[in-house]
Ligand binder design. Structure first.
Ligand code: SF4
Ligand code: SF3
Length: 542
């Protein structure tokens, strides 16, 4: 195996024996093969678009969209560790690829020069497993091309994750999926130069902004605009169900199905921002947030005592002490862990196995008893715009520090707590993503009623931070987004953060500090390019 897609990659270079995340080598190879199959499908979809061969009435094209988005999401860090589930997904893709090939050759597509990923079809399972180790990252020899291709694929993985959430809520955009096909197909094209691929990296950022905007529209249309909220962190006396990951619709359906049953619902990790939406405030049994960021789950799930639903990343290989209480859904999977099936069209998921289990479980063991304040997505911040602008003009706020991103288990991430705690009192932190758990329970106070930590929500809500910056630029009549009193100190872990970073670069943001370590997938030349063009830098001490 070879995987270097996340920040915790072994030695900062790549996992080769097994994943630091717990991913086994067989699973890693199969994930590479899945990406290879998706690239083959993307080749056909890209050709169909370019040559105008798409019959929009044909269901196979809609199936391809669904397949691409799910398959990319499946391979994100800490999503799916289940060898069988990935094998099944590969086989489904091979069938789909074959249908596409037949349909498009009938429509006139010439596949004489098609890449191997498009035409390869295994005769049996043996050929499937022998192919897997041959198609991974290291099959691209030139390290700069490999680095750029990887950056594009990781950006697309992040894009797929965000797109998936929008799609679940009924929001889609053909321009985005078409770009994804184009970019995936481009990673098969050996004629593309470093310059071509750099341009494609930047275009990935452009579509990153579009995808985040689509998701923002989906979330706010369905659940209202997040508003200033105080969330409890203690535990009650009722049995509970803990919901983690990012999928708001799963949480909504679970809340509906548990109404009046005497079961309390708690959020965990990236599900915390659900409390900020008006639509979720109407459920009195959504009682609070339990625990911290994803990497603390092994400790926290043990103490929760009731069932836990993992809707998306980040899943950590479970301990025996709670694995019988763990349920996955959507694209998440782990061998031996119960899985809640997808909803049928217009129906809800059936959460009854979780609900029945909860009824028999003791209440959660309390971990702490405080509150977290959040809900500062763009509408809420812009509602305070006058106050914010006044505070900047009067000098009460000297700087904003964007500290969005991911948390992780590396010891060096204590830097972010020290950094937040050490910032001067006239600074405000803008955050989103699970990085916030490093400082959202510190008492950093407020500036004239404006809290010093403004949490916009999940990493899915990073778009809000961009909108806030653009609005401030407009209010202050600035030409360049970099003239704002905003500095960026971003913590990254997985591939959604790669997309957010590319989106910020597309918006013209310069001099971003990225930590706790720079990506292992940057070759020295590509790293140099990012430093010289965008002023990207690492971190030192707080
Ligand atoms: Fe290693 Fe990260 Fe890949 Fe897991 S996802 S195998 S930790 S690089
Ligand atoms: Fe966190 Fe996995 Fe990145 Fe959504 S849940 S931000 S790491």
């Amino acid at each position: 195996m070879f995987c270097y897609q996340c920040q915790e990659t072994a030695g900062g270079n790549g996992c080769t024996k097994s994943g630091v995340c717990g991913k086994r080598p067989e699973v890693s190879d199969l994930q590479d093969l899945l990406i290879y199959v998706v690239k083959g499908i993307a080749y056909y979809m890209d050709q169909a678009h370019k040559k105008n061969l798409k019959d929009n009435k044909s269901e196979v094209f809609a199936m391809a969209d669904d397949y691409m988005v799910k398959s990319l999401f499946v391979t994100l860090t800490n999503v799916n560790f289940d060898q069988q589930a990935i094998t099944d997904q590969i086989k489904a893709g091979l069938q789909l690829k074959e249908t596409l090939r037949k349909e498009l050759t009938k429509a006139g597509l010439d596949i004489d020069n098609a890449p191997d990923a498009a035409t390869w079809m295994p005769k049996d399972d043996g050929e499937l497993t022998s192919k897997a180790p041959l198609v991974g990252i290291l099959s691209t020899e030139n390290e700069d091309i490999r680095s750029l291709r990887s950056m594009i694929i990781y950006g697309l993985k992040g894009m797929a994750a965000y797109y998936y959430h929008a799609k679940v809520l009924g929001f889609t955009d053909e321009e985005i999926t078409q770009f994804m096909y184009k970019a995936l197909a481009a990673t098969l094209d050996d004629s593309l130069t470093v310059e071509n691929l750099v341009a494609l990296v930047m275009e990935t950022g452009k579509y990153g902004v579009a995808t985040l905007a689509l998701l923002d529209k989906a979330n706010t249309t369905c659940y209202g605009s997040p508003e200033l909220s105080t969330v409890k962190t203690g535990a009650g006396k009722n049995p509970g169900i803990l919901v983690s990951g990012h999928d708001l619709k799963d949480l909504e359906e679970l809340l509906i199905q548990t109404e009046g049953l005497g079961i309390d619902i708690y959020t965990h990790g990236e599900m915390l921002p659900a409390h900020y939406y008006p639509a979720f405030k109407k459920y009195p049994h959504l009682v609070g947030n339990y625990g911290n960021a994803w990497w603390k789950q092994t400790e926290e799930f043990e103490k929760f005592n009731g069932p836990i639903l993992i809707t998306t990343n980040c899943l950590v290989p479970p301990k025996d002490s709670y694995k019988d209480r763990l349920f996955t859904t959507n694209i998440v999977g782990f061998e031996g862990i119960k899985h809640i099936a997808d909803r049928k069209s217009n129906g809800q998921k059936d959460f009854s196995p979780i609900i029945e289990m909860a009824k028999k479980c003791p209440p959660p063991t309390e971990l702490e008893n405080g509150t977290i304040v959040g809900g500062f997505a763009h509408t809420q911040v812009l509602a305070l715009a006058d106050k914010v602008v006044e505070a900047v003009k009067s000098g009460a706020i000297k700087k904003f520090v964007v500290m969005a991103g991911c948390d992780g288990r590396m010891k060096s991430r204590a830097y972010y707590t020290d950094f937040a705690a050490g910032l001067p009192k006239d600074t405000v932190i803008l955050t989103a993503g699970c990085a916030k758990y490093r400082y959202n329970k510190l008492d950093l106070g407020d500036i004239g009623g404006i809290p010093r930590v403004l949490d916009a929500g999940q990493c899915n809500d990073s778009y809000s931070l961009a909108l806030i910056a653009l609005k401030l630029k407009e209010v202050f009549g600035l030409e360049d987004i970099n003239d704002l009193p905003i500095v960026y100190n971003i913590a990254w872990y997985e591939q959604k953060a790669v997309l957010v970073l590319l989106s910020l670069l597309h918006l013209g943001v310069k001099n971003i500090h990225l930590g706790p370590t720079l990506p292992g997938f940057l070759s020295p030349n590509v790293a140099k390019l990012l430093v010289e063009t965008f002023g990207i830098g690492g971190i030192t001490t707080a």
